[in-house]
Design a protein around this ligand. Structure first.
Ligand SMILES: [Fe+2]
Length: 164
């Protein structure tokens, strides 16, 4: 169908009818909005890059933002550092690689996540994230609700002692 077959036509400048457009929300609510928030932050390198620190002795993380019901964390990964196999308790989340490359292992295999890659996961999602590369990596994690529990698991996926 081309546009001449449609009964709907927009006359004039749509931006002149702001009262008909839904106002932008201050905070994300939908999955798409959480993904969008992560992408917006990822694109603002001046916001996050100066904050990043690398720590070879323990995982470095920094809470970048907090909103109603959600938190945004910045993490760094030196080569070889990994999370171990874990889930996220009742939280769902969006993982976004900001710099470098991370490898995610799940019971369905492994995937390499380069800068800009995003993973959206629901509560109960089990994964192990590791920097298998030779360069440091940085990632952004949005959790909804904020991460209060990160149960660790053995490689056989049986629950183990929570450590974070
Ligand atoms: Fe995770």
């Amino acid at each position: 169908m081309n546009s001449s077959d449609s009964d709907l036509q927009i006359a004039g400048d749509l931006l002149e009818v702001q009262h008909l457009l839904r106002p932008a929300r201050e905070h994300p609510v939908t999955v798409a909005e959480f993904v969008g928030l992560a992408r917006t932050i990822a694109a603002d390198r001046d916001l996050w890059a100066p904050l990043v620190q690398y720590d070879a002795t323990s995982r470095w993380y920094h809470r970048l933002r907090k909103g109603p019901g959600y938190e945004v964390w910045l993490l760094s990964w030196v080569p070889g550092q990994g999370s171990g196999l874990h889930d996220h308790g009742p939280s769902s989340g969006v993982l976004t690689v900001l710099d470098g490359e991370l490898t995610e292992r799940t019971d369905r295999g492994k995937r390499t996540l380069g800068a800009g890659a995003q993973r959206v996961f629901a509560p109960g999602y089990l994964h192990d994230v590791v920097n298998d590369s030779l360069e440091p990596a940085v990632s952004l994690h949005v959790y909804y609700p904020g991460l209060t529990d990160m149960p660790m698991h053995t490689a056989q996926c049986a629950p183990a002692v929570a450590t974070a």
